[in-house]
Design a protein around this ligand. Structure first.
Ligand SMILES: NC(=O)c1ccc[n+]([C@@H]2O[C@H](COP(=O)([O-])OP(=O)(O)OC[C@H]3O[C@@H](n4cnc5c(N)ncnc54)[C@H](O)[C@@H]3O)[C@@H](O)[C@H]2O)c1
Ligand SMILES: [Zn+2]
Ligand SMILES: [Zn+2]
Length: 371
């Protein structure tokens, strides 16, 4: 079938709309009519060239939700009309990591930047004038229709708003889990969140849920700081020096229990600032990504060892999407998790480039394409 999707022809580039050919679903695949797709900074990393991908053009988007319109042959347990939220990381359910409840580390993740079918690097589900088009994370949510593996889909109740639930495919779980799972925040703690975008604002929500007494949000953009206060931050400041001072003033000079790095283009310097801000045996969680060729974090090995600090990477908030996406939905429907309030602006697919321009200007917590 034909579909309109937002592609990057080469990096650096901007998302432009093209008419693509989309494969019918094979065994273990679904074709989905997209309802909504969130704009995550990782899609921008691909556009500006921070993250090189295996194949260009690539059709963007890895946060989204939609309705199944066709089910592949012998693909049991799925029906036309099912509502799905995608997980940006597919989970096979069988590898060592899935078996241990660490679906975010599923071996299928190795294929997220190749854009082909996971079991065949030469097989692509999308094409443009006969040329293969890669799918971001095997998904391409910036397309009116897409064909995906069932390993990327989580079925959800039909009475829930898909244009809100789309955020559960990356941003919400990534930020919330960075605080709850990776920083292991517990009641009374002092937490710094560095960077209040779609990820950081959910780290603030997660830290608040876990009972942090002080949540210090850091962002140079005043709108982000005001937003953080509405999502549970107790302080909001423009830079890490001030955040570190506040953390120390509340902890007898020791520093934050954890600092979570969610800056849009994360550098080693940002991580070093967060690392300096934590107390002895504190945790520095790194969720933000930067240029894939960057090497090095300028921290003191002495400080690492003698203060027994922990530097902890976090992928999709160390979550297990098939369990945690329904859990997040339960938190949302019971009024404990803010989702609707995360969406600052919505866009038509044709205006997606404006959505990324607004991301660069710091205008959105999350921008969402509504189809
Ligand atoms: N680890 C994962 O699983 C995962 C998943 C999704 C996204 N990410 C990454 O997380 C990062 C954040 O994504 P997002 O969608 O929230 O981005 P975003 O652009 O919405 O937000 C980033 C925020 O960082 C702020 N910022 C910039 N410089 C800063 C500084 N020096 N100090 C404090 N704040 C600063 C910006 O003002 C902005 O509010 C990106 O690098 C993205 O690629 C990682
Ligand atoms: Zn993302
Ligand atoms: Zn697996």
């Amino acid at each position: 079938m034909k579909t309109r999707g937002a592609i990057i022809r080469r990096a650096p580039g901007t998302y432009e709309i093209a008419e693509l050919d989309l494969d019918e679903p094979r065994r273990g695949e679904l074709t989905v009519r997209m309802v909504a797709a969130g704009l995550c900074h990782s899609d921008d990393h691909i556009a500006v060239g921070d993250h090189a991908v295996g194949t260009y053009p690539i059709c963007g988007g890895h946060e989204g939700a939609g309705v199944v319109v066709q089910v592949g042959p012998e693909t049991h347990g799925w029906s036309e009309g099912d509502h799905v939220v995608f997980s940006f990381l597919a989970a096979c359910g069988r590898c060592r990591w899935c078996a241990k409840g660490l679906q975010n580390l599923c071996d299928r993740g190795a294929a997220i930047m190749t854009g082909s079918r996971p079991d065949d690097p030469s097989s692509f589900r999308m094409s443009l004038d006969g040329v293969p088009v890669a799918q971001t994370c095997g998904l391409s949510t910036f397309s009116e229709y897409t064909t995906v593996s069932v390993d990327s889909a989580v079925k959800v109740d039909k009475d829930l708003p898909l244009d809100t639930l789309c955020l559960l495919g990356c941003g919400v779980g990534t930020g919330w889990g960075a605080a709850v799972n990776s920083a292991e925040v517990y009641p009374g703690q002092t937490i710094i969140v560095q960077g209040i975008g779609g990820i950081g604002i959910n780290a603030v929500q997660g830290a608040a849920h876990a009972g942090a007494a002080r949540i210090i949000a850091v962002d140079p953009v005043p709108f982000k700081r005001d937003s953080a206060l509405r999502f549970g931050a107790t302080h909001a400041v423009a830079d890490m020096a001030e955040a570190t001072e506040i953390a120390r003033s509340h902890t007898n000079g020791q520093g934050a229990d954890a600092a979570i790095v969610t800056v849009g283009v994360t550098t080693g310097e940002h991580i070093a600032q967060a690392f300096s801000a934590i107390r002895k045996a504190g945790t520095c969680v790194v969720t933000g990504l930067g240029k894939m060729t960057d090497v090095g974090i300028p921290i003191s090995p002495m400080e690492l060892v003698l203060y027994q600090k922990r530097l902890q990477g976090s992928l999709f908030g160390a979550s297990t999407p098939t369990a945690d996406i329904p859990w997040m939905i339960d938190l949302y429907t019971s009024g404990k998790l803010k989702l609707d309030e995360l969406i600052t602006s919505t866009y038509k697919l044709d205006d997606i480039a404006q959505g990324f321009a607004d991301m660069h200007e710091g205008r959105n917590l999350r921008g969402v394409v509504v189809f």
